[in-house]
Ligand binder design. Structure first.
Ligand code: AQP
Length: 333
């Protein structure tokens, strides 16, 4: 069975983008893969997080993952900071990755924005930590949204250079698993910008804990253009907001853009938005209800995370110890 690793940052409430681009696929992969799911709090602090908020968001994220169907008994669910192997291997990878490689990462440019001098050095080496997350488990499959493809290529470059420099075949190649028609969900306020849980505008996204009225309001207010929906998919090309809403509908209904336009093409956005809001509520409200239920028992959530960390360490510690031996560190214990 192929080993899968994926992570999600507890940097806010997960969004519809996280759900369609990642979480929904995680649940499907559990049927025929050995899965390791990680709440990546080390990644989250690459940008400022209020300590109390980070703690709360880490537990909320754990509850949402469980509510979406992550199975912590058959698979592993844990907090990144609880398994030291991630930071240990990331340091070795900081010394393998080249500055030129990191300079090409578009996500750093997007997240650092114009004030690049003021971005944390952690944000800059974020892809090295992500490579360590995966390689610490010798995972070979990584389900991610389209936006993470470049980081996975870097993770492969790091593994290849490590193997070459130390004359071994130690870290395997990894393959991205990019699934479904809405691999990239865009902001409801700007169809050219990714939907993000840390976007300052709450109106830009659907949160997985939004109630039905909030979902309906956000969809009603979502930016569109004045034209009716087209009958043909090719006409969505230069209409980012319309394409995004049709893509969301298609992903939720497990169909494609063409099928959605067959039903709604030629009509204004009114009827379509009502149908989209209904579909969102139908799919997301059971997750929100289950999340609330799970959050009522914090001790049970901590127990899931403690057991996950122990099982993650059983895999990662021997791999990272061997990497240390290959690098030439003396094992004194
Ligand atoms: N808009 C999106 N469309 C599709 N997939 C998405 N993902 C995130 N946003 C979208 C996928 O969700 C997984 C977890 O992402 P993450 O939390 O580790 O970091 P991120 O990609 O930076 O997500 P956010 O929501 O934008 O977080 P912030 O605002 O904190 O930066 C990944 O597999 C990602 O591809």
């Amino acid at each position: 069975m192929q080993r899968v690793f994926s992570g999600i940052q507890p940097s806010g409430i997960p969004t519809l983008g996280n759900y369609l681009g990642a979480l929904r696929n995680w649940v499907k992969l559990q049927d025929d893969h050995e899965c390791i799911w990680c709440v990546v709090d080390l990644h989250a602090i690459t940008v400022w997080q209020e300590p109390e908020a980070l703690r709360r968001q880490s537990l909320e994220m754990t509850a949402v993952l469980l509510a979406c169907g992550v199975d912590p008994k058959r698979h592993i669910l844990f907090l990144q900071s609880a398994v030291r192997a991630h930071a240990q291997l990331a340091w070795m990878f900081n010394c393998v990755a080249r500055l030129g490689w990191l300079n090409r990462m578009t996500q750093f440019k997007d997240k650092a924005g114009k004030d690049r001098e003021n971005a944390s050095s952690g944000l800059y080496v974020y892809p090295n930590l992500m490579a360590a997350d995966i390689h610490a488990y010798h995972a070979t499959r990584v389900p991610v949204g389209d936006d993470q493809r470049q980081h996975l290529e870097l993770a492969n470059d790091i593994a290849q250079k490590f193997n070459h420099d130390y004359g071994v075949e130690f870290f395997p190649a990894i393959e991205p698993l990019i699934m479904g028609p809405a691999a990239r969900v865009m902001s409801l306020r700007d169809g050219t910008k990714k939907m993000s849980k840390s976007d300052p505008s709450d109106q830009s996204r659907i949160n997985l804990n939004d109630d039905s009225d909030t979902i309906a309001l956000k969809v009603r207010r979502a930016k569109t253009d004045p034209l009716p929906l087209p009958a043909d998919v090719s006409e969505l090309a230069d209409r980012p907001e319309a394409r995004n809403l049709v893509g969301i509908f298609a992903a939720l209904a497990e169909t494609d853009h063409a099928a959605v336009l067959k039903d709604y093409g030629g009509q204004g956005f009114g009827t379509f938005k009502t149908a989209l809001a209904d579909l969102l509520v139908e799919r997301l409200s059971p997750i929100a209800a289950e999340t609330r239920r799970l959050l009522d028992d914090e001790a049970a959530l901590l127990q899931v995370l403690a057991s996950g960390a122990e099982r993650a360490e059983a895999i990662a510690n021997p791999i990272v110890r061997e990497a240390e031996r290959l690098v030439g560190f003396v094992n004194v214990r």
